[in-house]
Design a protein around this ligand. Structure first.
Ligand SMILES: *Cc1c(COP(=O)(O)O)cnc(C)c1O
Length: 418
């Protein structure tokens, strides 16, 4: 199996392991499979989600140097529960039982465990630089903590992340260092870019959401969940995914492309309307993001769109395959409240976008809404709406009670290497 750039599909390509270590293609494009596996090996659902995910990922590692390690990598990376809530066909896939209580744990952990094995084979070390405005940095820090041959430098803008998020970025020791930058998120991103460009600093890499290693698990859990749904109800589900950079939804499109039983994939976005506007107008116009209650989806120029355009190159192909609706902050609040009052089910602001789209557009269809984060991560938004305090998941509790360590620095990337 080879992976090629979205921008030059006729090259000879790279193995999955090479693509994971490189992150981005040299021409600036994103890695995609040269061709999708034509079918998946069969698996039994009874062996658990992690095993089904391993089976789904295996064809992408055919002939790869990690082929024989893959089962162990999946077993270690996906060692937390994944919950499928049945509700008469209007089901919910809860992806937030990992160490940082959001779906990004799947991708970040698979990437970390894969990189650790690759570096051990090659006798190399890497330093991961990650600029974050919230969730990604926490998932990456947690996943890479204590992984050998790897260290992480997390950069975040001072005073601009929520307290619980700040704790997840700064409660680490050992191979994870946190930097509280006197500047904006854009300054943090620029520092990372400048460090990569400076040839004095070597052995640097990134772990951002375009890395193939983060995408493959997000494809694999859709293979598992859609098969489970199909086995239970005998119909293919419409999967509704709260989306920002569309990495999670790209995984679902790959699952459908290899033949997983999925009827349709629907992107629920917040007030950042780039994708629904494209569907309406036919002209794709990335733009600056606007702030919303579902802040992990505040993206105006989704980085993984390039992968969706590789699947559906023209508007004529894109339009019938992709649906998307935008959900406002008022609707997010109202949906969290309704879902609590009607079903005694507490959801986070991101998941609320998906739930709104289900209620408005697919009220009696077979659906799975993807729950992307634990509601307790967004306690300041959710608790006043439902009028009660939420219990904190164990992993969040642990990290909240660790000593917080961050170095405050000016926005100068050289300070990261002192
Ligand atoms: C990152 C994130 C999203 C958006 O996922 P994309 O892959 O960027 O589309 C949605 N919800 C939560 C909670 C997230 O952390």
């Amino acid at each position: 199996m080879r992976f090629v750039s979205t921008r030059a599909k006729d090259g000879e390509g790279f193995t999955a392991s090479d693509a994971i270590l490189k992150g981005l293609c040299l021409d600036g494009g994103l890695f995609i499979p040269a061709e999708m596996p034509s079918s998946l090996p069969g698996f039994t659902l009874s062996r658990g989600a992690w095993y089904a995910m391993y089976t789904a990922i295996r064809p992408f590692f055919e002939g790869d140097e990690l082929e024989d390690d893959l089962e162990d990598i999946c077993r270690s990376a996906f060692d937390f529960p994944i919950a499928f809530h049945s509700n008469d066909g209007k089901d919910t896939l809860e992806l937030f039982y990992g160490p940082t209580a959001a779906f990004k744990d799947f991708g970040a952990r698979f990437l970390a465990f894969s990189m650790e094995r690759l570096l051990a084979r090659r006798g190399e070390d890497l330093t991961i630089l990650v600029a974050t405005s919230g969730d990604t940095g926490g998932a990456v820090a947690s996943a890479f903590h204590d992984r050998e041959h790897l260290s992480v430098k997390v950069l975040f803008p001072k005073g601009r992340v929520a307290e619980r998020q700040r704790r997840q970025l700064t409660g680490w020791d050992g191979n994870v260092s946190s930097y509280e930058v006197e500047g904006s998120f854009d300054d943090c991103q620029k520092m990372v870019k400048d460090a990569f460009m400076d040839s004095r600093y070597t052995g640097l890499s990134s772990a951002n959401s375009i890395n193939l290693g983060r995408l493959l698990p997000q494809y694999a859990y859709y293979v598992w969940a859609s098969n489970l749904y199909y086995e239970r109800y005998g119909v293919k589900p419409i999967i509704i995914i709260p989306s920002g950079n569309v990495g999670n939804s790209t995984g679902a499109f790959w699952a459908k492309a290899v033949g997983a039983p999925i009827e349709r994939i629907v992107l629920a976005v917040n007030a950042n309307r780039t994708i629904p506007d494209y569907l309406e107008s036919g002209s794709y116009e990335p733009r600056p993001s606007v702030e919303t209650l579902a802040n992990a989806m505040d993206v105006g120029a989704p980085s993984n769109m390039e992968r969706l355009f590789a699947l559906f190159p023209s508007y004529e192909e894109f339009r019938p395959n992709v649906s998307s609706w935008s959900v406002s902050d008022d609707e997010i609040r109202a949906t969290i409240k309704e879902e609590w009052e009607e079903n005694r089910h507490v959801i986070c602001p991101h998941t609320a976008c998906g739930e709104r789209v289900r209620r408005d557009h697919f009220p009696s269809d077979p659906t799975i809404v993807v729950a992307t984060a634990h509601p307790a991560k967004f306690d300041t938004i959710v608790e006043p709406l439902i009028g009660k305090t939420l219990p904190i998941p164990r992993s969040l509790y642990d990290i909240m009670h660790k000593e917080s360590k961050a170095r405050e620095i000016a926005p100068d990337y050289n300070l990261l290497f002192e």
